[in-house]
Design a protein around this ligand. Structure first.
Ligand SMILES: [Zn+2]
Length: 167
């Protein structure tokens, strides 16, 4: 039987946030105060598993530099981000065989964004998601520990790194 991992987002929201200015910058700096779920780092970006995943395989891609606006990304950075996205989707398909993906940014206070640091969400979607649990408890049951997700995806990225880096 699979373990059921229940993320404690409630505690996070109620102020158990680590005492850092920016949680994504803290990941970039490998700050021991934050749970580091980094799976890959390219020239300008970090790919990390979301600590409170919406679904197994929920990734974030964010610039290593603290940027808040999408306009701040250079064209070469956008290209790198796109290449990373393509590779991440390929790896997620191999490992999780999702039925689809949601990709996107939450920008600004009205969007539901809880982190100012620009980050792209990659959320695998499955036809058999237990969405009723959302309704019943306001939280989501995740069928995989994010640490486990990180291990699997790290392996996946090793396989595609040379291609991604153009070597
Ligand atoms: Zn930051």
């Amino acid at each position: 039987m699979k373990n059921i991992f229940v993320p404690s987002k409630g505690e996070y929201v109620k102020g158990k946030r680590p005492q850092v200015d920016c949680i994504l910058c803290a990941i970039v700096q490998s700050d021991p105060q934050v749970t580091n779920l980094e799976v890959f780092r390219s020239k300008n970006f970090v790919v990390a598993v979301n600590l409170y995943p919406y679904n197994p395989g929920h990734l974030m891609i964010f610039p290593a530099q603290h940027l808040e606006e999408i306009e701040e990304l250079s064209l070469s950075a956008v290209k790198e981000l796109h290449q990373l996205t393509v590779v991440a989707l390929k790896i997620l398909r191999e490992i999780y065989q999702p039925h689809g993906f949601n990709l996107g940014y939450n920008l600004g206070r009205g969007s539901g964004a809880s982190i100012n640091h620009l980050h792209l969400h990659l959320v695998p979607r499955y036809e058999n998601e237990l969405s009723f649990i959302d309704v019943l408890s306001g939280s989501k049951v995740i069928v995989e520990d994010p640490q486990e997700t990180m291990k699997k995806l790290k392996e996946g990225f090793k396989k595609y790194t040379p291609e991604l880096l153009g070597e």
